[in-house]
Design a protein around this ligand. Structure first.
Ligand SMILES: C[S@@+](CC[C@H](N)C(=O)[O-])C[C@H]1O[C@@H](n2cnc3c(N)ncnc32)[C@H](O)[C@@H]1O
Length: 212
């Protein structure tokens, strides 16, 4: 499937897919919190299908009402275009894209992340992509996802370095400071291009977190 996405760059997408492929060897499912139109979800579904591992499922989540309202933590002069109600798409549209692409339809959950519970999540997560743009969205995603990550699981958070979306960094930094209070053993190892190698030999009992 060719690259097409107005929310995640091609380079970032390559990285996300590379990390997802690495997570195939782990026990657990794949998750995307904030799927929007499903551009990345379709590529993740393709990774799973091409792996031939039928036991792994993709779970994707969205309000399907667009972005929530910003909190004070999200205010940035660079981020004025990110407003409540933007990025609206229906669940049906996303489902139909999978059908048209001939890919297995993932578990698609509609709802605000703050309203989801553990029952909405897979028991074990090998790979998670968090892309909710705002402080509360990332904070709530981490609460749901982190306790379910398997040892060595791969957690990718988008927009950590995006000055237009300062709430993402704030939510992740608070989570790191919590040091496992959200159920992530070891508080999460922070990886990335610069220090990824350093984490790879030491991932037992930990989650590898990549901040894009
Ligand atoms: C940047 S888009 C996601 C792009 C998608 N990951 C991709 O790769 O194409 C952010 C999405 O997160 C959803 N979202 C943000 N905060 C949310 C929340 N608190 N609860 C539910 N959905 C949320 C929005 O509706 C929007 O569709």
């Amino acid at each position: 499937m060719s690259f097409k996405n107005d929310q995640v760059s091609e380079g970032e997408t390559e990285r996300i897919l590379e990390l997802a492929r690495e997570a195939l060897r782990l026990d657990g499912d794949f998750v995307e919190m904030g799927c929007y139109k499903g551009d990345t979800s379709l590529l993740l579904a393709e990774v799973l299908r091409n792996s031939g591992i039928s036991s792994k499922r993709l779970w994707i989540y969205d309000s399907f009402e667009g972005l929530p309202e910003k909190s004070a933590s999200d205010e940035s002069v660079l981020g004025v275009d990110f407003r409540g109600g933007e990025l609206y798409v229906t669940k049906r549209e996303v489902k139909e894209r999978f059908l048209r692409a001939g890919l297995p339809v993932p578990v698609i959950k509609k709802g605000w992340f703050s309203d989801l519970t553990g029952e909405d999540m897979p028991e074990r997560i090998a790979f998670a992509f968090l892309d909710g743009d705002f402080y509360e969205s990332i904070r709530d995603s981490l609460k749901l996802v982190a306790p379910r990550m398997v040892d060595g699981g791969v957690l990718v958070v988008h927009d950590y370095t995006n000055p237009a979306l300062p709430g993402v960094k704030k939510a992740v930094d608070e989570w790191k400071k919590g040091g496992g209070g959200l159920g992530c053993d070891g508080g999460g190892a922070i990886g990335g291009d610069s220090n990824r190698g350093g984490n790879r030999g030491d991932n037992r009992g930990r989650v590898l977190t990549f901040l894009l």
